[in-house]
Design a protein. Structure first.
Lengths: 460, 407
């Protein structure tokens, strides 16, 4: 199949829109991606730093609660702590709104899809306290700036980000012969969590050429990566295992530990041929279906290897391969893709989604939880499930249908004519059954809901 | 019979080929002889239930000093332990031997006391290193080890994901709050739209079939019009209060357990009682009591074959904190109920509450792995092999001595 604009917007973008034209060529899609990040400029969102500062303030308030000498002072500090968390929660709803509006309005839909893909590839989330609102800032800091750049740079940014270091327990990993252990005799040890996930999920892949010994050796190389609430990311040499350290046939660093040796190891992992294959296949499965064309995957992996792990050539190899444009049912949209592509097809504007936390929770965040995707809280380090069957269960399908029939009306009040909407949302290949349902529905809300619930809309 | 119910009926009949024991079409006599006759309900109590306040060791000389001013006395259990008054409605079960507890129990998780990691480890059933790495839950691994499991055998009930039942074995997931109420016209159009995509078609058919009881209650069997349908859908999009949802969740679970299902799991929230525990803990215990009582009532005869395990991620500090609550601790208590359970006992290798007896001088000392009780329950109820329990379902667990949980 040749390139098709509607398929490009649906399969590789944020969906069709009545006010944003679908891309005309793969080259046009890539040119937008290589250009400036206009969506982030139009709908800015902050990084993790603000969450860290709130955490510092919460800890200080907690200390004041503990040390208060009067009940009055204790109550005042407790109110202050509660207000900090409350404010952060409503700010976080605003960040989510920005993410939604980027997807609804962008002409560079591939970028938003890639941000979601790589954020999922490098899944991290806060486990408690103010950090549970940290995922959005992590994506802004570590993922978004690198989606059109080199994979190694994204790997380094993710692996040194406070949220990742906390999530995968790297902050508690200490070299068995590090200064802090040998000089102060403290009982601390390695934690392999980040090293294991880095090999299994982030780079070589679970089928990749590594074993338990490699996990253990990488864990030693990674010692020293740390996070301090007061400072953010730190390299703590006295917690790091002295070198030189062997890992996958190479030596890293000299006796004095440094951040450089970690960066060298990450460069080498990114450059490994198994990483190229793992990433190529994962991208192809995500965008093109569970059994991607072997030739396309090979071309993508080859582009990665030949061009120093640059990601743009990998995307180009995918979009320029005929298999990318095959007809037939694509993957099921995840709830975030479903909801935002629906709002895009409905052509909502920022006015329809007020910057009020309550509205954002009611219309989008709570319903998405019912569809199985709690924003910012993926279930494990391996991210959201890729399999269609994980999303289309009776309960989750019911939530998708109920959202489509009720929330657009709540948000917009004036809905488009379903007979026109079916063409806007599905393009020229809308199935006859969906066209019929749009004509025969008893109300506009029902007609819109039926179009949105249809497999033709629910799939990429 | 509508198209939908016929289809649902057919898909159940097809399941016959996979599992005779799990099919409603096989006579009860056959069912009773199979290993699948027992029922297991697992309730995850989220937020870390305070075992020391729920099942109070009043006979321990250290207790009064740690928990001075316990506001309201509850019923006596065995002369040593007393029950929280919010659970006093369960005393008839205790007296019949259908309610028991295990105390001073914990998962292998230690020291960091994070809800997130603690719940992961509780549901994954693995050792302490698995925090954040878990890919499947112990109840799913149990299903993987059992023959004849169908998609109806186990239900995760409620709107949240449960790692406990996640994994390769098929598990059904439904929440009665998701009940799908459709006007006849909308249902016809939906069937037409979904017709050619089996994944979507089967899901929506199943959703309609599972919604039938709730919708009947809502409409009294009248057809819905388009406006009423939309109102119902709007309501469904919003979260409901714990107290409102527990009844419908448990009634749904019981309905499935009376039929093909053998295992059900759901969560109750709200146990994170950092402040004013005299108010906050009863708010969490009320739904637990309601859940147990509703199960007994709704299960009918099946209650006699049922074991209910309610477990939490860790216990709470032995002492009150400065806000009249308790902070994250280590060992806690587990509730066991059901007609199949040998209750009327608090199972505990009691560690004592004097300061040196406390874990890190602050928490109740764990003396037994809470997984051992779940392991013995599945051995007693389903005849699970000891080696499979210790190696696959709960890797690294030593089951230890037999607490003889069931009759």
């Amino acid at each position: 199949m040749p390139f098709d604009p509607a398929r490009a917007a649906i399969r590789f973008g944020c969906g069709l829109s009545p006010s944003v034209a679908a891309p005309e060529t793969p080259g046009a899609m890539l040119a937008l991606l290589a250009g400036p990040d206009k969506a982030a400029a139009a709908f800015p969102a902050p990084g993790f730093e603000g969450v860290r500062k709130v955490h510092v303030a919460v800890v200080a308030a907690r200390r004041r609660i503990r040390d208060a000498e009067t009940q009055e002072a204790r109550d005042a500090a407790a109110r202050e702590r509660a207000a900090l968390v409350r404010d952060l929660r409503s700010e976080a709803a605003g960040w989510f709104r920005q993410t939604v509006l980027r997807r609804v309005t962008t002409e560079d839909g591939l970028r938003e899809r890639l941000v979601a893909f790589w954020a999922d590839h490098f899944t991290a989330r806060g486990k408690g306290g103010p950090q549970r609102f940290g995922q959005a800032g992590y994506v802004e800091d570590a993922i978004r700036p690198h989606v059109a750049g080199r994979f190694a740079d994204m790997l380094k940014a993710a692996a040194t980000h406070p949220l990742m270091l906390l999530y995968l327990d790297q902050t508690g990993s200490v070299g068995p012969n590090s200064a802090i252990v040998t000089k102060r005799g403290r009982e601390l040890g390695l934690n392999e969590n980040l090293a294991r996930e880095m090999l299994e999920l982030h780079t070589l892949g679970v089928e990749g050429p590594y074993g338990q010994a490699d996990v253990w050796q990488l864990a030693q190389v990674l010692t020293g990566l740390g996070y301090q609430r007061e400072k953010g990311f730190v390299f703590r040499a006295k917690y790091a295992e002295p070198g030189p350290l062997a890992f996958m046939g190479r030596d890293y660093g000299s006796e004095a530990p440094s951040l450089n040796r970690v960066m060298d190891a990450l460069e080498d992992l990114a450059a490994h041929p198994a990483t190229a294959t793992h990433l190529a296949r994962k991208l192809a499965v995500h965008f093109c279906g569970d059994t991607p064309d072997a030739g396309m995957v090979a071309a993508m992996a080859e582009a990665y290897r030949a061009q120093d792990g640059q990601l743009m050539p990998v995307y180009a190899a995918m979009l320029e391969h005929p298999a990318a444009w095959s007809e037939g049912a694509g993957n099921v949209k995840q709830p975030m893709d479903f909801v935002t592509s629906a709002l895009r097809a409905l052509d909502i504007t920022p006015r329809h989604l007020p910057a009020k936390p309550r509205a954002i929770m009611r219309h989008i965040v709570n319903p998405m939880t019912l569809m199985g995707q709690t924003w910012g809280a993926p279930p494990g380090p391996d991210g959201w499930p890729e399999a269609d069957a994980a999303w289309i269960t009776p309960q989750r399908m019911a939530a998708r249908l109920q959202w489509g029939m009720s929330v657009p009306f709540r948000m917009m009040r004036l809905l488009p004519d379903p007979r026109e909407f079916v063409e806007t949302a599905l393009g020229p290949e809308a199935p006859e059954a969906v066209r019929f349902a749009a004509r025969a529905a008893e109300t506009r809300a029902e007609g819109i809901g039926l179009v949105l619930a249809s497999p033709a809309f629910q799939r990429f | 019979m509508t198209v939908t119910s016929r289809r649902a009926f057919m898909s159940r009949s097809l399941a016959l080929g996979c599992s005779l024991a799990a099919s409603p079409l096989v006579t009860p006599v056959t069912m009773a002889s199979g290993p699948w006759d027992a029922r297991l309900v697992v309730i995850i109590l989220r937020g870390a239930m305070d075992g020391l306040d729920t099942v109070r060791p009043l006979g321990d000389p250290g207790f009064a000093g740690l928990r001075d001013g316990i506001p309201e006395a509850g019923p006596d259990l065995d002369g040593f332990f007393g029950l929280h008054p919010a659970l006093s409605g369960l005393m008839p079960l205790w007296e019949k031997g259908e309610l028991g507890f295990a105390h001073a129990v914990s998962t292998p998780y230690r020291d960091k006391r994070s809800h997130f990691d603690g719940q992961d480890i509780l549901e994954a059933g693995t050792g302490p290193d698995a925090a954040g790495q878990a890919r499947d839950g112990w109840l799913n691994r149990m299903l993987q080890a059992m023959p004849g499991v169908t998609s109806e055998t186990a239900y995760a009930v409620g709107r949240e994901d449960m790692l406990l039942l996640t994994g390769d074995a098929p598990v059904a997931n439904w929440s009665p709050e998701a009940a799908l109420a459709l006007s006849p016209q909308a249902q016809r159009l939906l069937e037409r739209v979904m017709h050619d995509d089996p994944l979507f078609r089967d899901s929506i058919d199943e959703a309609i079939a599972l919604s039938r009881a709730e919708v009947m209650e809502m409409t009294g069997g009248e057809d819905l019009d388009a406006g009423a349908m939309m109102n119902a859908m709007q309501d469904n999009m919003q979260p409901t209060r714990e107290a409102d949802r527990v009844g419908s969740i448990v009634r749904f679970a019981a309905e499935r357990l009376r039929q093909e299902s053998r295992i059900a799991a759901f969560s109750l929230n709200g146990f994170d009682t950092h402040a004013r525990q005299d108010r906050t803990l009863p708010r969490a215990l009320d739904p637990l009591q309601e859940a147990v009582l509703t199960l007994r009532q709704e299960l009918g005869d099946v209650w006699d074959k049922t074991a209910v395990l309610a477990m939490t991620e860790f216990g709470r500090t032995a002492r009150w904190n400065g806000s009249g609550g308790t902070d994250h601790g280590t060992a806690g208590a587990m509730l066991l109920a059901g007609g199949a359970v040998r209750g009327g006992r608090v199972l505990a290798d009691w560690p004592g509450l004097s300061e040196p007896d406390l874990y890190q001088r602050r928490d109740l000392m764990p003396t037994r792995d809470v997984r051992a009780f779940a392991g013995w329950a599945m051995r007693d109820l389903f005849g699970m092999d000891r080696g499979v329990i210790e190696r696959t379902i709960f890797p690294g667990l030593e089951l230890g001595s037999d607490p003889k949980l069931t009759l």
